[in-house]
Design a protein around this ligand. Structure first.
Ligand SMILES: *Cc1c(COP(=O)(O)O)cnc(C)c1O
Length: 397
């Protein structure tokens, strides 16, 4: 939770490696894991002073833990936010943000193209507590503007979207939000602060699933909320320390190690995805490739402005619908059929029958999720081997 601005002149890669670790008397070089539920006071008076807030200090790991605090401070610096709170998962980050910032009667205006569980959280659970959500196409500024209501408190989006890589214009939507007394919340999971810094573009809150690229190796679940000292440090943190969906110190340590290589990895994921997108585009069996790094992408110019690289995720449509898409996926020998993304291992999914399988055929059509669509989260294996695996699968079609 605590955050120091002293090193804010550093670049993102340096921040990701150096921020947040206060070396203990043991002189350790790598960040230690504080595997402890509670912390000891030297006297009853000290306990009273720390409990009352008169003196700073750790009490209990649901409130603060030094390993978790190191991760929070580091990610806050990288995103350019005053404060970060770490959470047990990406979904608990979104829940804590909503509980901290909204009350019954409020309205959320959200992009239609968001993570499936986020839609369920909004529609099924927040609705029960009197918070209504409506949806717009994330690329359509007029639609956002027209859908704002007097009770709208949050604008919520992911960019690029999953799996069609549509972009929302963060700067324009931040202006729209502020002109209407709303907050803009951006789920920055696909880009991470290495490729896109929504707070610098005017967003108020960034949420993360640390499970994805921040870990980068598919090991742990975690999440984070980044923003101002008031909104995140008070309002969201207050919910979290009470409701308890906090990050474990072990997971925080894994994410710290993940952050140290994030800058390198995001650039490599992007280069590999760019190469794969170009290669896929030339195949006769492929109808269309969705990737912000392609000049044929309708928002390529916005991607160039808003992101420092196009990212590691692309999707493509094969001719022949679900039967051909499934045959191609089943013929892959190396790529993993799994829903996770942001891993060193390349992963492949068929959105229409998995992540978007709960939608009706009509809803999928509106969302542009065709039966022949395949999503690839490009990993860090040799690009030649990724292409060779796909090429042998295409040959078998
Ligand atoms: C995975 C994901 C989430 C949810 O994160 P968990 O860590 O699985 O709870 C939220 N948003 C996006 C964009 C995701 O990809």
């Amino acid at each position: 939770m605590k955050q120091e601005q002293s090193n804010s002149g550093w670049g993102t890669a340096t921040q990701a490696i150096r921020i947040g670790h206060r070396r203990t008397a043991e002189g350790e070089h790598s960040e230690p894991i504080f595997a402890t539920s509670s912390f000891v006071f030297r006297s009853a008076a000290e306990a009273a002073a720390i409990f009352s807030g008169d003196e700073p200090g750790n009490i209990y790991s649901r409130f603060t833990n030094p390993t978790v605090a190191c991760f929070e401070e580091r990610l806050a610096a990288m995103e350019g936010g005053e404060t970060c709170v770490a959470t047990a998962s990406g979904m608990s980050a979104i829940l804590a943000a909503c509980m901290g910032l909204l009350q019954s009667g409020d309205h959320i205006l959200s992009s239609r193209s968001i993570f499936g569980s986020t839609t369920i959280l909004f529609n099924k659970y927040l609705a029960r507590f009197g918070i209504e959500t409506s949806y717009v196409n994330c690329t359509d500024l007029d639609a956002w503007q027209q859908a704002i209501r007097p009770k709208t408190r949050l604008l919520f989006l992911e960019t690029p979207s999953n799996p069609l890589t549509e972009l929302a214009d963060i700067r324009a939507l931040a202006e729209l939000a502020h002109a209407n007394g709303c907050l803009l919340v951006v789920d920055n999971c696909f880009c991470t602060p290495v490729l896109q810094r929504p707070l610098a573009l005017g967003a108020d809150i960034v949420v993360h699933s640390a499970t994805k690229y921040l870990d980068g190796q598919g090991r742990c679940l975690g999440g984070a909320v980044v923003g101002s000292a008031q909104l995140v440090g008070e309002d969201v943190y207050g919910v979290l320390r009470t409701a308890g969906a906090t990050m474990s110190p072990f997971n925080a340590w894994v994410f710290l190690k993940g952050l140290e290589t994030l800058s390198l990895r995001m650039r490599a994921h992007s280069e590999q995805a760019q190469a794969l997108a170009h290669w896929l585009q030339r195949l006769p069996q492929v109808q269309r490739v969705y990737y912000p790094g392609l000049e044929s992408h309708p928002q390529h110019q916005l991607a160039v402005r808003q992101q420092s690289a196009p990212g590691g995720i692309l999707s493509f449509e094969v001719n022949g619908g679900q039967a051909v898409a499934w045959r191609l996926i089943d013929a892959l020998q190396m790529l993993s059929i799994t829903a996770n993304l942001g891993d060193t291992k390349t992963t492949v999914t068929h959105p229409a029958s998995t992540t978007h399988g709960r939608l009706t055929a009509k809803e999928r059509e509106v969302a542009g999720i065709s039966d022949g669509l395949i999503r690839i989260a490009v990993g860090l294996e040799d690009i030649d081997d990724i292409q060779a695996d796909l090429a042998q699968a295409f040959d078998l079609l």
